[in-house]
Design a protein around this ligand. Structure first.
Ligand SMILES: Cc1ncc(COP(=O)(O)O)c(C=O)c1O
Length: 353
């Protein structure tokens, strides 16, 4: 296991080759489509600018917000899509200044785009059943009539891509197909679930996010994906306690016999979840040991009675190569998306080959 380096901060070790491998898998699965790398939310916690540099051969990049697009523009000349479009004139002007492509998702955004005549191009989002962002099919036809060749692609988003048998998928396909036929525009529907599970609906552009980061949209680890992030923190303190002595806030756990407890320097203020079930594993010396007691703001405790006595400074893996993020997420009742994107700036990002 790689060590955490010179200081005692938690570190997210990010593997460049794993990111490239997962991105290549998306390309191979959608051989006839162009691939947008979705890098919003700090590259799902991996560091947005660095992910763009690593995936420099993506056909385009997508972020949620204009402010993120400006950051991405500093490191690439390729197309940068703003998935939530622009909500006021200031954002429209920023799209123009930084050559960002808004994905327009409401009649107001279409009007704003019309009024910003110098903006060369947009994509249009159509609501085929998710009911979050997007124009109705009738509004798309109106917008394309007004905007003409400035519209470059129609986008829609699955509500249930990870569930192959969900009946709404078929309705979403058929509404989208009809509109693509009516407008003659290229289409984009597939997020990771679409790339992985709906090969007949890749259209001209796919938009994988979570699979690039080695985590599954279903929440269940997929063997074809490679872990991209290993979260580590050092042991910062060790102590012995006796049967019946309780550990941590709320005195919620105590051992049945004498136990060796290690304090690990990571807590909920770093983005590790506070709500973990009893026996949530971490990995030390290649072995799984349980978290005991409550996770605190800056630290958590683990029971290392069953392994060789560790030393202060020894690294502990919270998730990553030896413990899939999807497994930790499932035990914590959440998803890999949440765990990785919620890591705070307190966690150093370190890039490995
Ligand atoms: C519009 C849009 N496209 C693509 C993605 C990527 O989705 P995923 O991370 O599930 O691949 C997202 C993520 O939320 C999105 O909002």
């Amino acid at each position: 296991m790689t060590t955490t380096g010179m200081n005692n901060d938690p570190v997210a070790l990010i593997s460049r080759s794993a990111l490239r491998q997962n991105f290549s898998l998306a390309r191979r699965l959608a051989p006839d489509a162009r691939v947008v790398a979705v890098v919003k939310a700090n590259g799902y916690g991996h560091g947005m600018a660095e992910v763009v540099r690593i995936l420099h051969d993506a056909d385009a990049y997508a972020v949620a917000r204009v402010s993120e697009g400006i950051e991405v523009r500093q490191v690439t000349r390729s197309q940068v899509l703003i998935l939530q479009g622009m909500i006021n004139q200031q954002e429209a002007d920023l799209c123009l200044a930084h050559q960002l492509t808004p994905v327009l998702g409401s009649p107001e955004q279409v009007e704003r785009f019309l009024q910003t005549a110098a903006l060369p191009q947009c994509w249009l989002k159509v609501d085929t059943g998710m009911h979050r962002f997007g124009l109705s099919p009738a509004q798309v036809l109106e917008a394309t009539a007004k905007l003409g060749s400035r519209v470059r692609c129609l986008v829609t988003h699955y509500a249930n891509s990870e569930n192959q048998s969900h009946e709404l998928n078929r309705e979403q396909f058929s509404r989208f197909d009809e509109l693509l036929q009516q407008t003659g525009l290229p289409g984009s529907m597939a997020n990771s679930g679409g790339v992985l599970f709906h090969p007949h609906a890749h259209y001209q552009w796919v938009r994988p996010g979570i699979m690039v980061y080695g985590s599954s949209p279903t929440g269940v680890t997929l063997p074809q994906l490679t872990a991209t992030m290993t979260l580590q923190a050092p042991i910062v303190s060790l102590r012995h306690i006796e049967a019946g002595e309780a550990v941590g806030y709320g005195s919620s756990w105590s051992p049945a016999g004498p136990a060796r407890i290690a304090v690990v320097g990571i807590g909920y203020a770093d983005g590790y979840p506070r709500e973990v079930p009893p026996d949530m594993p971490v990995v030390v010396q290649g072995q799984r040991v349980p978290i005991v007691g409550r996770v605190s703001m800056d630290s958590l405790m683990i029971d290392v009675t069953s392994i060789r006595e560790p030393m202060v400074g020894e690294p502990v893996e919270l998730w990553g190569e030896q413990l899939p993020v999807d497994e930790v997420a499932m035990l914590a009742g959440t998803l890999g998306y949440v765990l990785m994107s919620r890591l705070t700036p307190r966690v150093r990002r370190e890039y490995t080959e």
